[in-house]
Design a protein around this ligand. Structure first.
Ligand SMILES: Cc1cc2nc3c(=O)[nH]c(=O)nc-3n(C[C@H](O)[C@H](O)[C@H](O)COP(=O)(O)O)c2cc1C
Length: 175
């Protein structure tokens, strides 16, 4: 049985960056989720999913949802990467919306990156549409992700920080 695998799903590189930082510390295999079959997951003691958040959905979770039997006896954790600063309430909502059927699996959060110049045409369009909708609201009523989206307009930023990985590493050390 192999020690562990970090499976990442990253469109713009931040989740991939966190996955490789984890690999340096844990010495697990680290692979793009698209290259991993459900059957292979049986070979690992620990599985970490590392996925970007797009329109409130965490990418990569379908690997676990589709292969419940293969991962039933594994130690699993999910690390998700978004542009918003951490907010407890928003995080709980994200958990509720994404972790149905994966109850009991811990979810961790790291702040990622934002660069409209690197986005696909469709993603950029989607973000601009969202920004236009949000701009009509009273700024005092913005949720944290709305505030972050408005502040990021036209800018590029990289908030990735190894410190975000510490709670996940603590979890793995305790087990
Ligand atoms: C179309 C789109 C939708 C996004 N939606 C969210 C979101 O709902 N919440 C959030 O925190 N960040 C959101 N982001 C920001 C990404 O999560 C952020 O850029 C992150 O770094 C993505 O991971 P990646 O760099 O590995 O692709 C969105 C980005 C794009 C392009």
């Amino acid at each position: 049985m192999k020690k562990g695998i970090i499976c990442y799903r990253s469109k713009y590189g931040a989740a991939k960056k966190y996955a490789h930082w984890l690999q340096e510390v844990l010495d697990y295999e680290c692979r793009d989720i698209k290259t991993i079959s459900g059957k292979e997951l049986k070979d690992y003691e620990t599985i970490i999913i590392c996925g970007g958040i797009y329109a409130s959905g965490i990418k990569g979770l379908s690997l676990l949802k589709k292969h419940r039997n293969e991962v039933a006896d594994k130690r699993i954790a999910v690390f998700c990467v978004g542009a918003s600063p951490y907010d407890h309430q928003a995080f709980e909502q994200l958990k509720q919306a994404n972790m149905k059927g994966l109850e009991g699996i811990p979810l961790f959060y790291g702040r990622g990156a934002w660069d409209e110049a690197k986005m696909s045409f469709i993603d950029r369009k989607l973000c601009h549409t969202l920004q236009k909708v949000i701009a009509k609201k009273d700024p005092n009523t913005y949720e944290p992700w709305m505030k972050a989206l408005m502040e990021a307009r036209g800018k590029s930023a990289d908030w990735c920080d190894k410190q975000y990985l510490q709670p996940l590493l603590d979890f793995l050390n305790k087990q």
